[in-house]
Every structure is written in C-alpha cells, then in structure tokens.
Design a protein around this ligand. Structure first.
Ligand SMILES: *Cc1c(COP(=O)(O)O)cnc(C)c1O
Length: 299
C-alpha cells in the first residue's frame, strides 16, 4: 500500500501563506499501522534471515507497537510474545483483545520488572524462557527500525522545507533525520512531558545507525498536554474540529498533539510565509477504541 500526501486547506493556512501536507502513513497497512510498519519491516527480514520462529517484544496495555507486532506475526508467520507492563485486567482492552486474537501470547510483568526491559541479564532470561525469540525493543526502536524510517522520506516525491513528526522513543524522528542527510528542517513533537531528554537519545540512535550528526532538527516540547497519554479538553476539541474540517482521522496520544502543536506554531507565525510543510501521520488509530473505553469520551 501507499502513504499518500494529503494537502490540507484552511483559512489559517491561507492567512499565514503556508502549504501543508499530511503524509498518510496511517494508510500503509490496515493493521500494522504507520511508523510501526516502517520500524518492523527490516526487523522481520532479519528475524527470518536468522531463522527465528518467534518475535518477543514489550509494551503497555494500549501499545500500538504491541498490536502491530501481533498483526505482523500473524501475517508473516511468526509466533509472537508480548511482555506487558502491569497486571492483567479482564476483559481485555481492545488493544490486547486484538493482539490475542492475532495469536500473541501475553505475559504480564510488574512495573518494576518491566523497567529492566533493556538489561542484558533480563533479556537473556527471557531468551531462555521463551526458546530464543527474536527480541524487538519497546516501541520497536533499534537500528533496523531507523533504516525502515528513512523510507518515510525517500517516499516523498516533492520539494518541501519542513517535516514534522510526533515522538515517543524518538526512533521514527531519528530515521527521518538520518534519511534526510542534513537536508530540510525536521521538527519533533514529544508526546511525553519533559521530552527534552530525547535529544540525546535521538543523537545516539543516529550515531549508532550511521555514525553521523546532523544539526537540521529540533524538538518542540510544549505540546505534551500534561504527559504521555494525558489529554485536555482543548486537545480533544481541536481534534474534533480538525477531523471534521479535514476528513482526516487522528488519535490523542501522538498525532493529535502533533497537529495541535503544528497549527499553533503556524498561528504564531513560526514558519516564514511560503513555507512548504509536511506532517507525518504515524498512524496509531487502533488506540482510539481503548481511549474511548477508558475515558468514556469520543475521540
Ligand atoms: C509509536 C508511535 C509514535 C512514536 O514513535 P517513536 O518512533 O517511538 O518516536 C508516534 N506516533 C504513533 C501513532 C505511534 O504509534
């Protein structure tokens, strides 16, 4: 499938003289959504090459990455194991229900144990326990994920000045920066509070991917709305209006915050007139069902 560029039109964009496109990565695959497909692509090839029959990964109970790995395992013939942070709650929420239906075996670990998710000893123990699976880090972020995410930009057949993307681990942004090799301006919008720490992590991800450093990017840390998976009425109102105005589905964890922040920057005159801006829609729409259920609100 493709991730087309959808141009948005609005009085604000006209007034500020900005041309804005949304790169619809959410349309790449029906269940392995958006950036998670980009991040998994080369990991799946590597797992096959190394003759693993099982994928093991980590996530919270609403994780887009957990849902994506479960779907990828089903489609590409791997057994899948999800190490889930926290206790089991029944009935399963829509994300874990989906993952289970796609064949993923769920193993719940305490929040303390989950914090060890990158410790060598813990990973070795999981490796033994589950018969040497191919282990994918939380959020799918590793060097092969960066390689996949460079294809977000190689897939854009037009000239532009800025590209903007939401950040969780920063792996997707790191791949975009690496793919651009110093060209254009890249803005990352962390979905977490205090997202400034991601700067170092993104530097390191790029460094370990291709040994390079780039200066054509920065993080915009003002649009987290209280923290990861936190929302405020103004965000939900923005999303509702945005979806009606542009006929474009978004979710509150990443893409809603990105587009709110981007529109706010445009409103404040952050971008020179005549700028051509691309916003990456990283997908994640599967999370909306759980969000509605959890908060009893419409998104
Ligand atoms: C996982 C996810 C992100 C964050 O990607 P990172 O590579 O971890 O920064 C952004 N948007 C959506 C919709 C996601 O599911």
């Amino acid at each position: 499938m493709e991730a087309p560029l959808q141009q948005l039109h609005s009085p604000l964009l006209d007034k500020r003289g900005i041309a804005l496109w949304v790169k619809r990565e959410d349309l790449l695959h029906p269940t392995i959504s958006g950036n998670k497909w980009r991040k998994l692509k080369y990991n799946l090839q590597e797992a096959k090459r190394l003759r693993h029959d099982t994928l093991l990964t980590f996530g919270g109970a609403y994780s887009n990455h957990i849902a994506a790995v479960a779907a990828a395992g089903q489609e590409f013939g791997f057994r899948t194991i999800g190490i889930i942070r926290g206790e089991e709650h029944l009935p399963l929420n829509p994300t874990l229900e989906f993952a289970t239906a796609a064949g993923m075996a769920l193993h719940y670990v305490s929040r303390e144990a989950y914090r060890q998710k990158t410790d060598v000893d813990f990973l070795e123990q999981l490796s033994q326990q589950f018969a040497q699976p191919y282990i994918i880090p939380e959020g799918g972020t590793n060097a092969l994920a960066l390689k996949g995410c460079t294809e977000i930009v190689s897939d854009i057949p037009m000239e532009y000045d800025y590209i903007c993307c939401a950040c969780g681990t920063g792996g997707t942004l790191a791949g975009i920066i690496a793919g651009l090799e110093g060209k254009r301006q890249v803005l990352g919008f962390p979905a977490l509070k205090g997202g400034g720490f991601l700067e170092k992590e993104i530097e390191q991800l790029i460094e370990s991917y291709n040994g390079q450093h780039f200066a054509n990017w920065r993080l915009i840390t003002d649009y987290h709305f209280g923290g990861y998976a936190k929302v405020k009425p103004e965000l939900l109102n923005f999303m509702r209006d945005f979806q009606i105005e542009h006929q474009l589905p978004v979710e509150p964890i990443y893409t809603g915050k990105l587009l709110y922040g981007l529109m706010d920057l445009i409103q404040k005159g952050h971008f020179p007139r005549g700028s051509r801006v691309i916003a990456v829609h990283t997908g994640g729409l599967q999370g909306n069902a759980g969000f509605r259920e959890r908060l009893g609100i419409e998104v």
